[in-house]
Design a protein around this ligand. Structure first.
Ligand SMILES: [Zn+2]
Length: 322
């Protein structure tokens, strides 16, 4: 069987669930399933559970390892690409190097490629999502944190230490909020889901105008970034001020990404991007103010289209590149 007709397995390994997909090399998902990620026992159950789940499903579908070109896995933490190991994946309880690639190859008899989860989501959006399979794409994901992935000439850029594309830790305000990485004023401190709420709480303290957001915060209500966006869409004055700041910092960061790489698209994904065209319009407006003119004409901002599926699709695509 030639490689064209072989199938791919994509795995999106997350702290609560592990998602699987069997795909064709043309990008069609044929089977999908998921299991809970068991992080107990120092995360030692995770790899055996993945192997068991793959072998069980291949039995179920009456498929053989030889029918697959490979398994691609997106994982949290730091990936050692030479050794095929993962470390510092704290949400998996993997604080020591785990031999993810080698153990899954041995357990399934299928070749494995591994990659950082933000990079895998970037590959997925580029291949089957908003990226139109363009050769040069940057991806920023606005979730609990802010992640990024950079694709140049069709390849993920890792950098010498694997930290290329960590857009979330770009300093956008030297006097800004404290970040979990130890620095101050990282993009993540304002443009993540937690960041949006942080800005709202901060601004609410000083705000004197009439605002439902202010009233909710003063009332001690739990609010989410979605609440802030929903109120902004209804013209709540404080919520609009918060979104203006978030969009400003994001537009500034993305203008710097654009002038550094001049990609065809900068794709905005993650939970916060569910605010949709409302977010995109605000960010585009700020981006246009900051970006170098020649770059503005050639690099476009777009919303991600794959949602949660970007991970498994991008993971499977690792096999096509190798
Ligand atoms: Zn940081």
């Amino acid at each position: 069987m030639d490689k064209q007709n072989k199938k791919l397995i994509g795995i999106d390994l997350g702290g609560t669930t592990t998602k699987f997909a069997i795909m064709t090399s043309q990008g069609e998902i044929q089977q999908r399933w998921s299991i809970q990620t068991d992080v107990l026992n120092d995360g030692n159950n995770i790899i055996p559970n993945i192997i068991e789940s793959i072998n069980h499903h291949l039995d179920l579908y009456q498929m053989q390892p030889q029918q697959f070109a490979g398994i691609g896995i997106g994982t949290p933490g730091s990936v050692n690409y030479q050794q095929g190991t993962v470390s510092s994946a704290f949400n998996l309880n993997w604080n020591r190097p785990m031999a993810l690639k080698q153990q899954i190859e041995t357990g399934t008899n299928i070749p494995v490629q591994i990659e950082n989860d933000a990079n895998v989501a970037a590959l997925g959006e580029r291949w089957q999502g908003a990226g139109d399979n363009a050769a040069n794409v940057a991806f920023v994901t606005l979730g609990t944190g802010v992640g990024g992935g950079i694709i140049v000439n069709g390849q993920i850029v890792h950098g010498v230490g694997g930290s290329a594309g960590e857009i979330g830790h770009m300093t956008i305000n030297p006097n800004g909020y404290q970040c979990t990485c130890g620095k101050r004023g990282c993009l993540e401190t304002v443009a993540s889901a937690t960041g949006v709420v942080r800005v709202a709480r901060d601004y609410a303290q000083e705000y004197a105008g009439n605002s439902q957001l202010k009233a909710s915060l003063d009332n001690g209500d739990d609010i989410t970034s979605k609440d802030v966006f929903d109120l902004a869409k209804q013209n709540d004055s404080l919520a609009l001020k918060v979104i203006d700041t978030v969009s400003d910092q994001l537009g500034l960061a993305l203008s710097n990404v654009a002038v550094t790489l001049n990609p065809k698209y900068i794709i905005i994904g993650g939970g916060v991007s569910n605010a949709g065209e409302f977010l995109l319009t605000h960010v585009q407006d700020k981006y246009n103010q900051y970006v170098f003119a020649a770059v503005k004409d050639t690099t476009s901002l777009r919303l991600a289209t794959l949602g949660n599926e970007a991970g498994v699709i991008g993971a499977a695509s690792l096999i096509l590149d190798n």
